[in-house]
Design a protein. Structure first.
Length: 477
């Protein structure tokens, strides 16, 4: 009986995953350890192995699909095996109509067929994808066939990348330009100008009316379109006249960015968030950081950063404020006796928040070492799913970017998140009453006002400021 591959469950909080890329085509032989596809959540990218040896009968989901965990995504069986839809239960219904019928007839020698629906050329007037959004092979084929790559609004590759099969699909539904016509076009291939002339030369965008071989637009067609003036080529005239708003690019919000966007919006809609801002004297903090940096490397303190010390201090101060180390779940405030610290990390894939478990039990050196390991795993795309959930309080640091104040958004269902700002010089009154310069570090604390009053948040910040101002002393306690 065919083996049903399901979307794996990555951690207790992951409800769905996005298929980033299929690595195996239908009809292709696989082994148990063959990676069928790559998937991602809002936290990590993972590989999905076949699990069994056989033939990939059908890919039940497409690249870019957001699939609930434990839902079927592929069928694998022995060569020549007949698939009984009734025996597969929900798996057969999960397959697209175009795939369900031929799935039972797949054989090892059958040609690979893309599971994704072929994309056609973009309608006139749509913007060109950003530079680099097409693969080299796709660009080479488009150049060879005289088809401007910008005629394809979005590709079927990962992240909407235009790949070779998208160009072939566009060529099947579009005549294109001859190479000579493209080379001599205004702007040497400017996509807005080309579209205007192309549409005019093919009678309003039919894209099958050029006078060249196979209906391609020739030099003569472009010349006739230009001679016809603005009425025949409005897109060209608009581009040349600089009409408002001018060229633009549409980029779909999808994949991990869409998940992050949805969660941020839900956090703002589901809680009453307020942000409090303050700053602390940073002279002793900077001096201690300098001592760590210049200490004997064998002692393991040289890598401790200002961010490490501030996050460590934030955890210690939380002991007096249980409402900030809590979750709001179904109208109930759930306080935690231990601090599991979420650390916001900027990665190539977007924002990730790995969790430093039982952070209060760690020494400063352990805190620094473990937080760096977590951040590195996120940046490399190899974090453990279990360490990407369960935080009770979060720290996000934008100080390295020179940010003096910002509004962190709660990492739902948490009740507090601390933003760390940069260190800046501020004018103060010296002990002798004369003006002086003091280095200060800023903090931005966002709390859920449903359960944390502004005064409680202010008290937490006051204690944190005192801790930072005397950090060289309190570290000895």
């Amino acid at each position: 009986m065919a083996h049903v591959v399901v979307m794996p469950k990555l951690g207790n909080t992951v409800e769905s995953c996005i298929i980033v890329k299929w690595n195996v085509s239908e009809g292709q032989a696989v082994k148990a350890d063959t990676v069928l596809c790559e998937i991602e959540t809002d936290k990590a990218t993972m590989d999905v192995p076949a699990g069994v040896e056989g033939i990939l009968f059908a890919r039940l989901k497409n690249e870019g699909d957001d699939v609930p965990v434990l839902e079927p995504i592929a069928l694998i069986g022995a060569a020549g095996e007949k698939v009984d839809p009734a025996a597969l239960g929900g798996a057969a219904q999960a397959a697209p109509a175009s795939q369900a019928a031929p799935a039972s007839q797949a054989a090892p020698d059958s040609p690979a067929k893309p599971a994704e629906a072929e994309r056609t050329a973009a309608p006139a007037g749509q913007p060109e994808p950003a530079v680099g959004s097409a693969s080299p092979r796709a660009r080479a084929l488009a150049r060879e066939e005289g088809l401007p790559i910008g005629f394809i609004a979005e590709g079927s590759g990962p992240g909407g990348r235009i790949i070779e099969r998208d160009v072939r699909a566009a060529l099947a539904s579009s005549s294109g330009l001859t190479a000579a016509a493209k080379e001599s076009a205004p702007g040497n291939g400017d996509i807005t100008v080309l579209r205007g002339l192309y549409d005019a030369a093919t009678s309003g965008g039919a894209r099958n009316g050029g006078s060249g071989l196979g209906g391609r637009v020739t030099l003569a067609d472009l010349a006739a379109a230009k001679a016809a003036g603005p009425s025949a080529a409005p897109a060209t005239a608009a581009a040349l006249d600089g009409a408002f708003p001018g060229p633009y690019t549409d980029t779909p919000i999808k994949s991990i960015r869409k998940i992050i966007a949805d969660r941020m919006m839900h956090s703002l809609q589901a809680s009453a968030q307020i942000t409090l801002n303050t700053s602390a004297p940073a002279d002793r903090l900077l001096a201690l950081r300098n001592r760590f940096k210049n200490s004997e490397p064998s002692r393991g303190f040289t890598g401790i950063t200002i961010g490490d010390m501030v996050a460590f201090a934030a955890v210690q101060v939380l002991e007096k404020y249980p409402k900030l180390n809590a979750h709001v779940v179904d109208g109930v405030l759930r306080g935690f006796s231990r601090v599991h610290l979420g650390l916001a990390v900027d990665t190539p894939r977007g924002l990730m928040v790995p969790v430093l478990r039982d952070a209060r039990a760690l020494s400063l050196r352990q805190f620094s070492e473990q937080s760096k390991l977590l951040a590195r795993s996120c940046i490399d795309g190899s974090p453990k799913p279990d360490l990407l959930s369960g935080s009770t309080f979060t720290v996000t640091n934008l100080g390295a970017f020179g940010i003096e104040s910002f509004t962190p958004i709660l990492n739902e269902p948490e009740t507090g998140i601390l933003g760390v700002d940069c260190v800046v010089p501020r004018a103060v009154a010296g002990s002798d009453g004369k003006p002086a310069i003091e280095m200060r570090i800023g903090f931005s604390l966002t709390v859920d006002h449903r359960v944390v009053d502004g005064a409680d948040g202010a008290r937490y910040l006051k204690d944190l400021v005192d801790y930072i101002a005397n950090i060289d002393i309190v570290m000895l306690a």
